[in-house]
Design a protein around this ligand. Structure first.
Ligand SMILES: Cc1ncc(COP(=O)(O)O)c(C=O)c1O
Length: 406
């Protein structure tokens, strides 16, 4: 069981009389991350790579944080981590690199159900002689199916872009399986993990993804993002920087980037490792083992939260859950969307606001999904999005608000 008193004490932003259940919009930031950002500002806020001690310290802090972040996602080399202001921008930079190396007639596959960040940047390559194909969600199961992907793939496919977890449906995609299928045809994959990393541990080696991108402001950090890319591919790509900057990751990071956030984010893997120890981890002193241990406790807690919310919604026959109705942590994360028959989704959340319960309505930039499911006329879905620091008591407060709103 998670020690929620301890966990919540690590998130000062939770000290509010509101129940915050819009975490897929933005999570609270962990205190150790804020403390380290401040530490950078107060003691090493200088340019990197100078010979004087403050600069040496800044560089050491930066490099140590990158080593920790690489270990957290199981990357072999910190040079595989490209930092940027947002996932949307990092995918744009990547797609622009592909624009410059692809040949006429090369093919790209995007879905119709993801956040536009990992669709639009790739679709735009259709304006440059490349062929863009759409891998559609099965509207009955609300899942992306491997067999549909196989039908779209050819030896000309160069990239398949999909998500690890949907920010609307909450469903988890089998990243390893989709990647294996894409690789069979010689295509690379670019995985959006923004709705995944708040809940599950990334393992780039096991899944063998070529690129995976996510944003820290939904994973207990500041507004900042990171893209992992396999080193040998990053080396081959042309880059997005001054002509004399040829090495990854710098060739994808034009201008100075945010050193204070880099140093701060080193505290995020530490938070998970420390939490494992506080929750009875007694294995070897191996950080990946600690991560696996605590993430499995997180998944169990999230399963309880999901079950409670799904059970509540399932008791009402005027409610349709948009996503898997199963609560199993193998199938979904605790991001739960629904619509009420003949109701505008916005109206519902304005009523839950009156109870100081923060949830959200809309298309959440999964614009094509909401259009294709015919939900735009209702102003999209109502989304309840929870993370490991949320409690069953908060879910009870949500129910009281929904009893009034629905
Ligand atoms: C699944 C998913 N992908 C991508 C994004 C975009 O992230 P960013 O704001 O860092 O570009 C979001 C933001 O809501 C998201 O939920």
């Amino acid at each position: 069981m998670l020690n929620l008193n301890y966990i919540r004490s690590q998130f000062p932003g939770l000290e509010t009389d509101w129940v915050l259940l819009d975490n897929a919009g933005g999570s609270q930031i962990a205190k150790p991350v804020v403390d380290r950002i401040n530490e950078h500002f107060y003691t090493s806020n200088v340019q990197l790579d100078g010979s004087y001690p403050h600069s040496v310290l800044a560089k050491e802090r930066h490099d140590e944080a990158h080593r920790k972040l690489a270990e957290w996602i199981n990357a072999s080399d910190p040079r595989e981590l490209v930092m940027g202001s947002s996932t949307s921008l990092l995918v744009r930079i990547l797609a622009d690199n592909f624009r410059r190396i692809l040949r006429d007639g090369d093919e790209i596959i995007v879905t119709n159900c993801d956040h536009e960040a990992n669709i639009g940047a790739w679709r735009d390559l259709g304006n440059y002689g490349f062929i863009v194909k759409e891998w559609q969600l099965n509207p009955d199961t609300l899942r992306l199916e491997s067999k549909d992907l196989e039908e779209l793939l050819t030896e000309k496919t160069k990239m398949v872009a999909f998500t690890a977890a949907s920010n609307v449906l909450g469903m988890l995609n089998p990243v390893k399986e989709f990647t294996r299928i894409a690789h069979k045809y010689g295509a690379m994959v670019c995985v959006d993990a923004v709705a995944y990393t708040p809940h599950r541990l990334v393992n780039v080696k096991d899944t063998d993804v070529d690129f995976i991108v996510f944003s820290f402001y939904k994973t207990y950090g500041p507004h900042y993002a990171m893209m992992y890319g396999k080193l040998n591919i990053l080396e081959l790509l042309p880059g997005f920087n001054h002509f004399f900057i040829k090495d990854p990751p710098y060739k994808f990071q034009p201008g100075n980037y945010n050193f204070e956030f880099c140093h701060g984010l080193g505290a995020l893997p530490d938070y998970f490792a420390d939490m494992a120890e506080k929750h009875g981890y007694n294995g070897e002193d191996n950080r990946r083992d600690k991560f696996r241990y605590i993430y499995s406790l997180i998944a169990k807690h999230e399963e309880k939260l999901s079950k409670k919310v799904l059970d509540y919604l399932n008791t009402r026959n005027d409610i349709k859950i948009i996503g898997p109705t199963e609560y199993s942590s193998d199938i979904r994360v605790p991001t739960i969307s629904f619509v009420q028959k003949n109701r505008d989704s916005r109206e519902i959340t304005l009523k839950t606001d009156e109870h100081k319960v923060a949830i959200r309505w809309g298309h959440f930039y999964a614009y094509r999904l909401i259009q294709d499911l015919g939900l735009a006329k209702q102003n999209g879905v109502v989304r309840i999005s929870m993370v490991h620091y949320n409690t069953l008591e908060e879910v009870e407060r949500l129910f009281r608000a929904l009893d009034h709103a629905l």
